[in-house]
Design a protein. Structure first.
Length: 275
């Protein structure tokens, strides 16, 4: 009986570490970090490929994007390259590659994540998308697996957009790419965008939720200012964030900073370049 009581106490630090760590659901872009992680209904960059495939057809373009982020406290970091083609045909396509470093010490692992996303319009206001992910991971966690996302996005009015996404629906039993579901809402009125996301994780003994909210205001049709907040019960932490950017006809640049309140004391900086 003593051994049975002692075992959970010994394992508790490892369990807590797994719960409080950043995982691959955090592979966003600078705009998303700046808006508190609320982006799924208004995903206009490479984040649509990995997080909201149905949003790909929202804007017609050819796009090449380089993104990266680094947390000076938790040592989480990633680099990403993505290409998007929503101009050639009615079938929008995006391809992205992410290399990420997660965890510290004996929990450190290196991740290669490649994602192909396809989406199309069912009607003028309804869009569907699918993403196929290939995960190659080494270190404290080893993985060589394929999973997939599906998404639905609906324009409820000229200003209001809603999305629903099922992430990692093929259960590969890896904590860094676990199954969850996300609902996104966005209100867009000229230079002002207000967005909110909610995520639900049903994989544990109890259902856990994360909530994200953010606002963006574009000055002079070229200089976006962003702020956001996230309350994440899935990994047990809260964030405040902000960001700035520049958008021109040939591309743009975004910068964001995210500050963790408590938890691991994360201090994350993110940069994205679009052509």
């Amino acid at each position: 009986m003593r051994r049975a009581l002692l075992l959970p106490l010994l394992l508790h630090p490892l369990i807590a570490l797994g719960q409080n760590e950043t995982n691959l659901s955090d592979l966003m872009r600078a705009r998303n970090y700046g808006m508190g992680g609320a982006y799924r209904a208004i995903a206009l960059g490479g984040e649509a490929i990995t997080g909201s495939p149905a949003a790909l057809p929202l804007r017609r373009r050819y796009e090449f994007e380089l993104s990266g982020a680094f947390d000076s406290q938790t040592k989480f970091g990633y680099g990403s390259v993505s290409v998007i083609d929503t101009q050639t045909s009615d079938l929008a396509a995006g391809l992205s590659y992410n290399f990420a470093s997660l965890g510290r010490g004996d929990q450190q692992r290196s991740v290669n994540l490649t994602t192909l996303a396809l989406a199309t319009a069912v009607t003028e206001n309804v869009f569907i998308g699918v993403g196929v992910k290939y995960l190659l991971e080494s270190g404290a966690v080893s993985a060589n697996a394929v999973t997939m996302d599906v998404g639905l996005l609906v324009r409820l009015s000229d200003s209001l957009i809603a999305s629903f996404t099922g992430q990692n629906l093929i259960d590969i039993r890896k904590r860094d790419l676990s199954r969850y579901y996300a609902l996104g809402l966005a209100y867009v009125a000229g230079p002002l965008t207000v967005a909110a996301d909610a995520r639900a994780d049903f994989t544990g003994p109890s259902t856990l939720f994360a909530y994200h909210g953010g606002v963006e205001y574009v000055l002079g049709a070229a200089f976006p200012l962003r702020a956001g907040y996230a309350h994440d019960n899935i990994i047990g932490t809260d964030y405040v964030s902000g960001g700035i950017g520049y958008a021109g006809k040939g591309g743009g640049i975004d910068f964001a900073y995210r500050h963790e309140l408590g938890g691991n004391g994360g201090r994350l900086f993110a940069l994205s370049l679009r052509l």
